[in-house]
Design a protein around this ligand. Structure first.
Ligand code: PEP
Ligand code: MG
Length: 570
């Protein structure tokens, strides 16, 4: 039997199920005499909970990234929230209710408010509040919390929902994977599963009606489904998949330290796209030649307010210093389009992808932009910083953004803060206007990075998120190839370098074609980097140039694909 859900991490697992029941803790309405003693019990329980959360944070410190670790801080703040505590106190004083009853009542009100929100982010936070409530109640009632790190058999955990702290406590050695009925992509359990690299499928409706303790299942978190009571053939097929994945990964790990050069010694920069410090650690693990795109908007997302200058500075400093002499392209925040910030309360737009996004939003909100530029410039002395602006469509925009950098440099100088003299300033080429006028832009920029994800949607007028026009979303359409070629030639004429950081850089055929067209850098999701490196190491640049010149003569994407498949046989 196959049950479909939401895939939140990669990998496969085969194993026996261990069902975890997070039953509601029952609390009866009991009257108390001494309200002071009763409230002191709450304060003590909260103190113990905070200590417990601190312990949990230490447990996973090395496995989670900066933003994920902040979840624990948020939980501690929530447990100690003075407003919640004063409401609990009020409840105890007013009705002489027990500490347990007051805690349950007040937290349930908060949970229901979160659940009723029309914003997914806040709805998902209800589980976090539930987590705190349960912890405080367990302390008050002296109930042992379900501790997943004590599970000693290798099992697949099945539950209605896992709280973030339970997910963090999953013992990686013994947890083959986990499945839940609730939970979506943005739940904290999902985010943690991904970072902890535990195969997981969430949102499996009513799955606990179909699986019991000891049942055998397969998790396919590459596709987002589970197989209950798999047949022998299915088990064999998945054992093979697991084995093949392992063998291939071992082979790839052998090429990490090699320089990225083709068979005929053309060297390439193979960089990583990152969105947070966790991705960054992975980029370091695969020894990537640089960071080709740091999507800083992810530092701004999944949190209740804007990050401060110092918070940003620490992150940029860490990345720059660890990359040493390798280039780090940090893109200024690209909010708008599909990436919104609930706390900014931006007006709804009819066409968000054509609206206030990327550099447009930054120029309109200089207070946000300035803070980021200050953080970047302060961090610049720790490595080789390249600042990149997103969504540029006119030369004026680029110059305005650059002016902000120059002015901020002067400001910092006055404050006696040292800034590197070698910062490169470049831009994304992701609008047709930028590609068509790349000869003009090339005079002012230090580099271009072609963002094909957007360039394709704007050129073919096909929304990158709309499945109804996905047939028109053609990354290898000759129109795109022409814009890419034009950008590369114009950049090289002005001795500027060009990278590609859109998704196509990690596609085997597209990557080879881009190299043949003359790009200097390919930047991609870390998980594909060694795969592409392996291919580059086994290819001749001379051949690729020839292939690219032929491909440029073709009329349709289909022709391009067929030609590449026939001629890039690696
Ligand atoms: C792009 O548009 O190709 C790109 C890399 O930017 P993003 O996917 O973040 O819009
Ligand atoms: Mg883009």
């Amino acid at each position: 039997m196959i049950i479909k859900g939401t895939k939140v991490s990669n990998g496969y697992a085969i194993g026996k199920v261990k069902v975890i029941h997070n039953q509601e803790i029952l609390v009866s309405h009991k009257k108390v005499d001494d309200v002071i003693v009763e409230f002191n019990r709450v304060k003590k329980a909260v103190e113990n909970v905070v200590d417990k959360i601190k312990e949990e944070k230490i447990l996973v410190e090395n496995r989670l990234n900066y933003n994920e670790l902040r979840i624990f801080d948020a939980h501690m703040t929530m447990a100690e929230d003075p407003e919640i505590l004063s409401m609990i106190k009020l409840n105890i004083e007013k009705d002489h209710t027990s500490a347990e009853f007051a805690v349950k009542k007040v937290f349930d009100d908060v949970i229901n408010t979160f659940k009723a929100s029309d914003k997914e982010y806040f709805r998902q936070r209800a589980t976090d509040v539930e987590d705190i409530k349960r912890k405080i109640l367990c302390q008050l009632l002296k109930i042992e919390e379900i501790n997943l790190d004590t599970i000693t058999d290798k099992v697949i955990i099945a539950s209605h929902d896992l709280t973030p702290s339970q997910t963090a406590r999953l013992n990686q050695e013994n947890t083959l994977g986990f499945i839940t009925e609730a939970g979506g992509l943005t739940s904290h359990s999902a985010i943690m599963a991904k970072s902890l690299e535990i195969p997981a499928v969430l949102g499996l409706k009513d799955v606990l009606n179909y699986v019991n303790d000891g049942d055998e299942i397969i998790i396919d978190s590459e596709e987002g489904f589970i197989i209950v009571h798999p047949t022998e053939e299915e088990i064999k097929a998945y054992e093979k998949k697991i084995k093949l994945k392992k063998v291939y990964q071992e082979k790839l790990s052998l090429i990490k330290s090699l320089a990225t050069t083709t068979l005929d010694d053309k060297s390439m920069t193979l960089a990583s796209n990152i969105g947070n410090l966790f991705d960054f650690e992975k980029a370091l693990e695969v020894n990537s030649d640089g960071i080709g795109l740091f999507r800083t908007e992810f530092i701004f997302m999944d949190r209740p307010e804007l990050p401060t200058e110092d918070e940003q500075f620490e992150i940029y400093k860490k990345v720059l210093s660890k990359m040493k002499s390798k280039k780090v392209i940090i893109r200024t925040v690209d909010i708008g389009g599909d990436k919104s910030l609930d706390y900014m309360r931006l007006p709804k737009e009819m066409n968000p992808f054509l609206g206030l996004r990327g550099i447009r939003l930054c120029l309109k909100h200089p207070e946000i932009f300035k803070k980021q530029i200050r953080a970047l410039l302060r961090a610049s002395i720790y490595g080789k910083l390249c600042i990149m602006f997103p969504m540029i469509s006119t030369v004026k925009e680029f110059l305005e953004a650059k002016k902000m950098v120059d002015e901020t440099k002067k400001e910092l100088k006055k404050e006696k803060i040292v800034v590197s003299k070698k910062i490169e300033i470049g831009m994304m080429v992701e609008t047709p206007a930028a590609a068509i006028l790349s000869d003009k832009f090339a005079k002012y920029v230090d580099f271009f990075s072609i963002g094909t994800n957007d360039l394709v949607q704007y050129t073919l007028a096909a929304d990158r998120m709309n499945e109804h026009v996905s047939n028109l979303y053609q990354p290898l359409n000759p129109s795109i190839l022409k814009l890419i070629k034009m950008t590369i030639d114009n950049a090289h004429q002005y001795k500027k370098w060009v990278g590609v950081c859109g998704e196509i850089a990690s596609d085997k055929y597209a990557a080879l074609l881009l190299i043949g067209l003359g790009v200097d850098e390919l930047s991609m999701n870390v998980s594909n980097l060694l795969y592409i490196k392996d291919i580059i190491l086994n290819t001749s640049y001379k051949d690729l140039k020839h292939i690219a010149s032929r491909v440029l003569m073709l009329d349709t994407e289909k022709d391009v694909m067929e030609y590449l498949i026939d001629h890039c046989d690696i």
